[in-house]
Design a protein. Structure first.
Lengths: 185, 126
């Protein structure tokens, strides 16, 4: 039964501020990576990124609703079902993070920690060339996950006819069919 | 497990292909198709080449001694092979740092001739 679209607040303010600050700090760190002249900006951006991820790890436990890790912890079963539903052309709808998006988020948090920690070590002259390679590998890996995440956002927005980017700005989504919603957690 | 060991051994073998500083002089001279000049290298290294910094801004005009990062003030180990046996022993590292540092000092990549000249000068330092 189709009902009136119901507005729902999905992303709280701390989660949205975290998301866009992470975008900014990662973008700044990435474009300043090749320059010694911009090294100070690169390091500040990297430490900011580390602080933001530390906050998000905390918020995943003490934050509310759809921000909690328990809400979108992707089990293999849910991930498989979700991918199957995508391939069948009948994608399951999730109010919060869908299981594929949730995988990208946990990967981003993990690789982001690796990038920041190895970057700190490089700056402190620890670990030599190996640490430099690790830092570059982790950072490029993070960029690769960002690209996949963006592709997922675009495809998912199109499949479900909802603007996920706008939802991450305003925090609001409109539920077309509130009775048939899933939760990844 | 056996595959992991094989991969690890291959990676280790690849990374262990050490080169000598002279190999880089030979390589850059070959790429440039001309002999290197230590005198030209010294001038190139110690004067600004269009950018805000010269090589010497961080590595000092006497790279037998330790330098300081012009932005962060962090210590930089000596660049001359005679003072630091670890310098110019790994192609990936040499290419990476020429790329980065040339962009910072020249706002472009260095030519093979420029790299050959700098190598000749650094190798002549005692």
């Amino acid at each position: 039964m189709q009902t009136e679209p119901k507005p729902i607040r999905v992303w709280d303010l701390p989660t949205r501020l975290f998301h866009w600050s992470l975008v900014a700090s990662f973008a700044i760190a990435f474009v300043t990576a090749e320059s010694e002249k911009l090294r100070d900006i690169h390091v500040i951006a990297g430490y900011t990124l580390a602080g933001l991820i530390a906050f998000r790890l905390l918020w995943g436990f003490i934050g509310g609703g759809y921000s909690r890790f328990a809400e979108f912890l992707p089990t293999p079963r849910k991930l498989a079902d979700y991918i199957k539903s995508l391939m069948n052309g009948k994608p399951q709808h999730y109010v919060g993070h869908n299981p594929a998006g949730a995988v990208a988020i946990f990967l981003l948090l993990g690789v982001g920690i690796a990038a920041a920690a190895s970057g700190w070590a490089v700056y402190e002259d620890l670990g030599g060339h190996f640490m430099e390679e690790l830092h570059e590998g982790a950072s490029n890996g993070m960029m690769a996950i960002v690209v996949i995440h963006l592709a997922g956002v675009i495809v998912s927005s199109w499949l479900h006819r909802e603007n996920l980017i706008l939802a991450m700005i305003t925090g609001w989504k409109k539920l077309r069919n509130p009775a048939h919603e899933n939760s990844a957690g | 497990m056996r595959y992991i060991l094989i991969i690890a051994a291959t990676l280790f073998a690849a990374s262990a292909q050490a080169e000598a500083p002279r190999d880089f002089l030979a390589r850059f001279e070959k790429e440039a198709g001309a002999a290197a000049s230590a005198e030209r290298g010294a001038r190139f290294f110690t004067t600004k080449q269009g950018g805000e910094w010269s090589c010497a801004s961080c590595h000092t005009e006497k790279p037998m001694q330790a330098g300081r990062h012009a932005k962060t003030d962090k210590a930089i180990t000596p660049l001359a092979p005679a003072a630091n046996a670890e310098r110019f022993t790994e192609a990936a590292k040499v290419d990476k740092w020429f790329r980065r540092n040339c962009n910072d000092t020249l706002n472009r990549l260095c030519s093979a001739q420029e790299k050959a000249d700098v190598m000749a000068w650094l190798l002549a330092l005692r």
